[in-house]
Design a protein around this ligand. Structure first.
Ligand code: UDX
Length: 441
């Protein structure tokens, strides 16, 4: 039986949830306070770039299973389930800011006049779902609703694929009654034998933080090993590959680079440290992961400096890649930002390119030059610094780049180029976790 579902918040998570649940055959209404966004979504414009999103948005709008509104009242009219997917950004002190959830609860409570399952999709600190239950109970008869914690594990760029083929679905609950509803919503996932983890609210909340912090730890770990590999003359890729052959380690997330970014890892690791502080539990390991990540970014600036003879003053640097990873236009917590800021402070002139994220990055840093393509960026540059692993940078025409540059130097912070080829083309090349540039090559 298709269900009637409201999804509050149409950001990455909310919108993917909307189109995914509608595609499962449910009737879904997405709610957002942003009038312009609602208009664009209703017209089939996904607003953000996400592979496959536009197709599923249009298909489900056309099938009449999906609609968008600014009115919570309209969305809630016959809804059996409401997903909360509003933002939980980072506060100044690193804690998660729950004010958007609070505002939604205030608006939602007076509208609950029939049994409703309230599902939290947003990443929220441990204790939040219990608090949501308490807050709502102050305003509504507790027999009229249940609260479920259903954290998302979507990767940007693969959000649609991850929605339809998750490696697990985590459901934190208290009342057995929700099981039937959640089963019904995710029925298609049962058919493909997706594992379901049924647990308490607190367990579900902590699974999300622990999973993200663990992945971030793997990245900071391999980055530090990469730094050591550079010093001792070892190759981090061979190390990561051999480490990954041990099934207990797994080869995934052992790719070195300029440090992790994005909307989840930086925010969630900081929030986890705060949760630990609140409960008096030592999470120094996670704190160190954050510190190592910041240091990794600055190490890239130091590498650039060394490659250019010790100073960036007046040097022209082509930064290729501004998004926090490939296949997205998202620049939240992107390593390119602190790296470019630091280089500008050291007197460098930066000309940047990104296939998708230039518009977003321009809002963060309007004062640098932006080039139409990677070759224009490289024109007259002393150094090409690759910051995002876009495929088009893997296939750079190095001869053409070499002709355009003032000095032939490449800092490849994602190891997307073949060092041998780059050197044969006459470049001084440096990656991460491989041979270090020591003044001559
Ligand atoms: C992540 C989680 O994967 C997802 O489960 C969660 O729900 C949200 O956060 P996402 O932020 O989209 O997803 O990006 P992801 O592909 O995981 O990469 C995060 C960051 O780590 C990127 O900056 C990426 O470049 C970096 N990274 C990833 C590495 O530096 N090395 C790696 O081996 C893997």
């Amino acid at each position: 039986m298709p269900m009637k579902i409201a999804v509050v918040g149409t950001g990455y998570v909310g919108l993917t949830t909307c189109v995914g649940l509608a595609d499962f055959g449910n009737h879904v209404v997405g709610v957002d306070i942003d009038r312009e966004k609602v208009a664009r979504l209703s017209a089939g414009d996904p607003v953000i770039y996400e592979a496959g999103l536009e197709y599923y948005l249009r298909e489900n709008l056309a099938a009449g299973r999906l609609s968008f509104t600014t009115s919570m009242k309209e969305a809630l009219r016959d809804a059996e389930v409401v997903f909360l997917a509003v933002g939980t950004p980072e506060k100044e002190n690193g804690e998660a800011d729950l004010s958007q959830i609070e505002a939604v609860l205030e608006e939602l409570a007076p509208l609950i006049d029939h049994y409703l399952v309230v599902v939290t999709k947003s990443t929220v600190p441990v204790g939040t779902n219990r608090w949501i239950h308490e807050e709502l109970s102050r305003m509504v008869d507790p027999r009229l609703f249940d609260v479920v914690s259903n954290p998302e594990f979507l990767r940007e760029g693969k959000a649609i694929q991850d929605f339809f083929h998750p490696n697990r679905v985590v459901i934190g609950y208290e009342n057995e009654r929700v099981k039937e509803v959640m089963h019904e919503i995710y029925r298609p996932l049962y058919l493909i034998e997706t594992p379901f983890v049924w647990c308490s609210w607190e367990t579900a909340e902590l699974i999300k933080y622990a999973a993200n912090a663990f992945l971030a730890t793997k990245i900071s770990f391999i980055n530090q090993v990469a730094n050591l590999a550079e010093e001792v003359g070892a190759d981090v890729h061979v190390i990561a590959k051999a480490m990954g052959m041990d099934g207990r380690i797994s080869p995934k997330f052992l790719h070195p680079g300029p440090g992790f970014g994005g909307s989840c890892f930086p925010k969630d690791t900081k929030a986890l440290v705060k949760i630990g502080e609140r409960y008096g539990v030592d999470l120094s390991l996670v704190r160190e992961v954050i510190r190592a990540n910041e240091a990794q970014r600055m190490r890239m600036v130091e590498k650039a400096k060394r490659l250019l003879g010790g100073s960036l003053e007046g040097r022209r640097i082509a930064v290729l890649g501004l998004a926090f990873k490939a296949e997205t236009d998202d620049v939240r917590e992107t390593p390119a930002y602190p790296i470019i800021r630091a280089m500008l402070e050291e007197g460098a002139v930066v000309c940047a390119h990104d296939p998708l994220a230039m518009e977003n990055f321009r809002r963060l840093v309007p004062s640098i030059e932006y080039a139409e393509n990677e070759y224009e960026a490289a024109r007259g540059a002393d150094l090409v610094l690759i910051c995002t692993e876009w495929n088009e940078y893997r296939n750079l025409d190095l001869e053409r780049v070499a002709e355009l540059m003032r000095e032939r130097k490449i800092l490849d912070t994602r190891n997307v180029l073949d060092p041998e080829r780059a050197r044969k083309t006459g470049f001084v090349y440096e990656g991460v976790g491989r041979i270090l540039f020591r003044g001559k090559q």
